[in-house]
Design a protein around this ligand. Structure first.
Ligand code: ADP
Ligand code: ADP
Length: 226
């Protein structure tokens, strides 16, 4: 069953740059789809439109059949993790994660329970009191992921989340994120320009070029003829 439905979505920026050109995609429940393509192919713009950070020039995006185009990012059932994690450096890890739950006025004991569970999930149990700038790059990116997951989004949006990390760490986090994604069975859109990343993580790969789909298939099919 498809959870996320993107239909004929376009984005034209001022100056007539067509970043996304009548793009359509159905993402099934629990599926991880990679948007793969060279720089400038429209991946990030597309993801930002799903997350509500960019308004489509045309087309329709629905989640569970409900049109979301008019909703602000915080009202959408989506959680976005950016390339640079933008954690709040003046707050400890716990408060970084608790912040969104407090806005939702959850009781303190429930916040504590949820935050501790998600810290455990990303391998940072016991790190609640650390300040984020005391953490390594990989740990900070895990916190950023945890901060999205703790709000229990229906769809997880990852925009090159490992781009600032070294190769070794990237490979490790890739496995961790895929593992978490499968455990939670959370529907995920993942933007990358790295073929190996797409290959190792995706259920399906959308190869993008000039704002359109060039190819869409399972990793083993996309890479059959390199
Ligand atoms: P990718 O994520 O694949 O690198 P982007 O979605 O960032 O591609 O960009 C697609 C195209 O849209 C590029 O030509 C880029 O220059 C343009 N673009 C992206 N954001 C803006 C913006 N805010 N204003 C104008 N043009 C933009
Ligand atoms: P503020 O007053 O700025 O809103 P608080 O200092 O009261 O924030 O902390 C918010 C909640 O988070 C409190 O219930 C506090 O006990 C809890 N908290 C803060 N850090 C941790 C932590 N490392 N582990 C568990 N609970 C924490």
């Amino acid at each position: 069953m498809s959870v996320l439905k993107i239909t004929d979505v376009s984005k034209v920026f001022a100056g007539n740059t067509v970043a996304v050109d009548k793009f359509s995609l159905d993402v099934a429940d629990g599926e991880l789809v990679c948007l793969l393509g060279p720089s400038g192919s429209g991946k990030s713009t597309l993801l930002r439109m799903v997350g509500g950070f960019e308004r489509p020039s045309g087309g329709v995006i629905t989640i569970d059949g409900e049109e979301i185009t008019h909703l602000s990012p915080e009202k959408r059932p989506t959680g976005m993790v950016f390339q640079s994690h933008a954690l709040w450096t003046h707050m400890n890890v716990f408060k970084n994660l608790a912040f969104g739950l407090k806005l939702r006025r959850l009781p303190a004991d429930e916040i504590k329970r949820k935050v501790e569970a998600v810290l455990e999930l990303v391998g940072l149990a016991g790190y609640g009191n650390r300040l984020t700038h005391q953490l390594s790059g990989g740990q900070q990116q895990r916190v950023a992921l945890a901060r999205s997951l703790v709000l229990e989004p229906k769809i997880l949006l990852l925009d090159e989340p490992f781009a600032s990390l070294d190769q070794h760490l990237r490979e490790r986090l890739r496995e961790e994120v895929r593992d978490i994604q499968q455990r939670l069975k959370i529907t995920t859109l993942f933007v990358t320009h790295g073929q190996d990343e797409a290959l190792s993580m995706a259920d399906r790969i959308v190869v993008m070029r000039d704002g359109r789909t060039e190819q869409i298939d399972r990793p083993d099919v996309v890479y059959r003829d390199p």
